[in-house]
Each structure stands twice: as structure tokens, then as C-alpha cells.
Design a protein around this ligand. Sequence first.
Ligand SMILES: [Zn+2]
Length: 287
Amino acid sequence: MNTRPWTASKLEFDDLTVIGYSVAGEETVILVPELNVCFDIGRCPREALPIDHVLLSHGHADHSVGLLYYFAQRDFQGIAGGKALVPSNLVEPIETLLRAWGRVEGQVPPHEIIGRKAGQDYELRRNLFARPFRVPHVPGALGYSIIDVRHKLKPELLGKEGPELVTLKQQGMEITDRTEVPLVAYLGDTGPGDYTDNPAVRDARILLIECTFFDDEHKSRAKAGRHIHIDALPGILERMNNQHIVITHVTRRTHLGQARRRLRKTLPKAVAEKVTFLMNRRNQTDE
Ligand SMILES: [Zn+2]
């Protein structure tokens, strides 16, 4: 028997690392350790265990089944504080599953399931937020953007001394401007949708976007399953400003080399140069 160890891909973009495994129907789990987030949980590889926030996009098993193990194993290892942000329609069924497992195992693992709807920000840590948005896949399905919030002194106050600023603040004046810097946007499973109009997605430094199908005969599958086919990708990406684009969720029906060739042919060169396949680790314009 051949054995095949779980091998995550690791991509580095400046100060952020994207580590993950994503194959359609099999498993999707993508973590960004510096942001302490894990997009979907797949079968919960050990790399995901120290991450405190699981951001679940939808309930399909290849994205969600490891959630129980995540909470149980963290409890076993004494790692407190794990949380899962999930689409609000999944809170009740997930709680029911965890209770049912409690009857199987003898105890319900400590857990925190936090329901989210599109636009309901969640503060991951000071000045870092997860912002859910709707994606067309299954009812309730969400993508998430991680947003760094920065406060800069208002331009008209530049040059003023500290004590003066303190006084102004005490008088109730807003002395800073709030700016949002979207760092990573994860679309989960999705077809083409209105997320291209969402600045938290469009302007994210890194875009994690699924492109499941690459063959002409798979177009109807893409439509039926509400996934992206390569031919829809140029229309989606031409509206985006992302510096790095990572393709996830490629079907095993297509060889990755073939997918890379098809992508090169389909996308404008300037866009293709920004693209990496998560499971391939090479920039797709490399030979
Ligand atoms: Zn799915």
C-alpha cells in the first residue's frame, strides 16, 4: 500500500504566510498564522490546532468536518480559547452535532460557535477584524476578509504637540482618521458574484479565490455546483485590485500542469503574473 502524508503548501507574501491544502470535494483548509485565522478546517491537520479562529465558509464536509476534532484535540492538548465563526444558519446544527458527539464520547468538547451574517464584523484582536460577505454557493455561504484598521492623525492636526492633542481629545474631538486595509480575502466555494464590488475583497492584498474547473466539458458542472470555471475568471479578476491571487479548490479531474497552461492562455499576462496555485507552489508563469 502506498501511503501519502498530508502535505500543505506554503506561500509567503511579504509578512504573511498562507499555508493550506485545497482540492475540490476532498479537503480545504487554509491558515494564515500571523493573523491567527484558519479559513475552513478541512479534516483539521495538526497545523490548524494552534490557530484560535476558524472561519467557516459553509457546511460541505470537505470544508467543515474537522471542526469537532479541532475543539476536542485542543481540549486534549490544553489549548484554550478556540472559536469558530460560522454562517448563522449553521450554529444550531453544529451545536446539535457537538452535543451528539458528547453522547458518543462521554463529554462535549469545550467550544465557541459564533454565528455571522454578511457585514457583521468580528474583532480578532485589537484593530484586526474578520468581515464576512455573501458568496453564491449554498444558502448562507460566506467569504471572509481580514481587515487591519489603522488610525492616523487627521492631516489638519499634523505638527501639533502631544499635550494639545490630549486636550482636544478630552474635549471630545475626533483626532484621527480611521482607514481600513484589507489584508486577505477568502471566497470559500463560490460562483461569480457581487463580491467584486466589495472593497474589502476587491482591494485585499491577497485574494484566495477558488477556480474548480478548467475543462470545456466541465462548464455545466461549474454552473450546477456554483463554482468558478476558468472562463469566468478574467471577468471576475479584471475588477479586482489584489496584489497576489491564490487559486484554490482545483478539481482532481484536471492535472495541475494542464490547469496552469489553460490559465496562462485565458488571463491577460499582467493578471496571470499575480497568480499562484495553492497546491502548486510556483507562480503560474514559471515553467
Ligand atoms: Zn462547497
